[in-house]
Design a protein around this ligand. Structure first.
Ligand code: SF4
Length: 341
């Protein structure tokens, strides 16, 4: 028998996300027999995507790009947890331990950017899961996607909690020469206890801020999002002030914030987490989160407090997420607010 490879060997079949959902529905995640278990104990399933850019409405950007689905950072408040149910997986452990990898995303993106109809609208990278979670060190799909966006002179904003982004400072600078480019480092709090409890798989907040410093010094347009501020964990005046000061000390060009919201699978997961680890706090969360968001007044007070601190520490370059909702007087009143929650 010849040992030459077949001329038309197309390589291993990588299922689409639809096929993944069907497989999991029939046999659970155990049926993903080709998912590779790596040293971090998560399983990685390569999938074939049909589109790289997803159109969105009503956001400050028009398109999103996410090379991975699921996130080993495993933040308990993560709004993307609820998206994992699209693949018939749960928003608890499976969100953080079964990661889908869009192995062909760069080729698909290239085709989409080359279409004559492409208008070079704003693309947000990392809206569903972190584009610099650890597996990016292996696949480099985010890096190659950024190269493609630069080549296509397409404006982009990227959000991450991954200090690995400094690896790609050359690509970020190349992108900034080609189109508008912003990096949003997510640092909800520098409080050690809140970080340890809420974001178990992420780099230490100060490590993220050191990445901000490196990017800033290299010339990247980088700011920080305190997103989300979690009532009772990171919302006290002292914690917010320490965080804003640390952000300013590390050269961020702006800071934004929002207060946690809870929806669908994320709500279920978060309340279970609180019930298990902080049972005394549960009734307060149930009162505060009767709806998806806490009451408007509460959110306004938190955002106003951040705004005051922004001004105090010279971080007034950008607006908070819900800035338009906020009358001016609220920021002054917020000076007086002492948050227990
Ligand atoms: S890093 Fe971002 S995407 Fe990943 S779990 Fe945390 S909040 Fe979710």
């Amino acid at each position: 028998m010849s040992s030459f490879p077949l001329l038309f060997d197309l390589g291993p079949h990588r299922p689409t996300t639809r096929e993944i959902a069907d497989t999991v529905k029939a046999g659970g995640t155990a049926a993903l027999t080709e998912a590779e278990r790596r040293a971090d104990a998560a399983r990685y399933q390569e999938v074939t995507c049909r589109s790289a850019l997803n159109r969105v409405e009503g956001m400050p950007f028009n398109w999103t790009l996410n090379p991975y689905r699921g996130c080993t950072h495993g933040c308990h408040y993560c709004f993307a947890r609820r998206y994992h149910v699209q693949f018939e997986m749960d928003s608890d452990d499976e969100f953080a331990s079964v990661i889908l990898v869009k192995h062909n995303i760069v080729d698909v993106l290239e085709r989409e950017l080359d279409r004559p109809s492409w208008k070079r609208e704003q693309v947000a990278v990392g809206t569903a899961t972190d584009p610099y979670q650890p597996i990016e060190g292996h696949y480099r799909l985010t890096r190659r996607s950024l190269e493609m966006l630069a080549r296509g002179r397409t404006p982009m904003g990227l959000i991450t909690k991954g200090p690995m982004i400094v690896r790609d400072v050359d690509v970020l600078l190349a992108h900034a020469r080609a189109a508008s480019s912003t990096v949003y480092m997510s640092v909800p709090t520098v409080d050690e206890e809140a970080w340890r409890r809420l974001e178990p798989g992420t780099a230490h907040p100060l490590q993220r801020l050191r990445a901000v410093r490196e990017l800033h010094d290299a010339g990247v347009n980088v700011g920080v999002l305190m997103a989300p501020i979690v009532p009772g964990f990171s919302s006290s005046r002292d914690k917010v002030e320490r965080t804003v000061k640390a952000i300013a000390d590390h050269g961020a060009r702006f800071v934004g914030c929002n207060v946690m919201y809870l929806q669908d699978g994320t709500r279920t997961h978060f309340l279970k987490f609180v019930e298990r680890e902080f049972p005394k706090m549960l009734p307060r969360f149930e009162r505060l989160y009767v709806r998806k968001y806490p009451p408007t007044e509460y959110r306004k007070e938190v955002q106003a407090m951040v705004r005051v601190l922004q001004q105090r520490y010279g971080l007034t370059g950008r607006k908070n997420a819900d800035e338009n909702e906020k009358p001016d007087h609220v920021q002054h009143e917020a000076e007086q607010v002492g948050f227990a929650w």
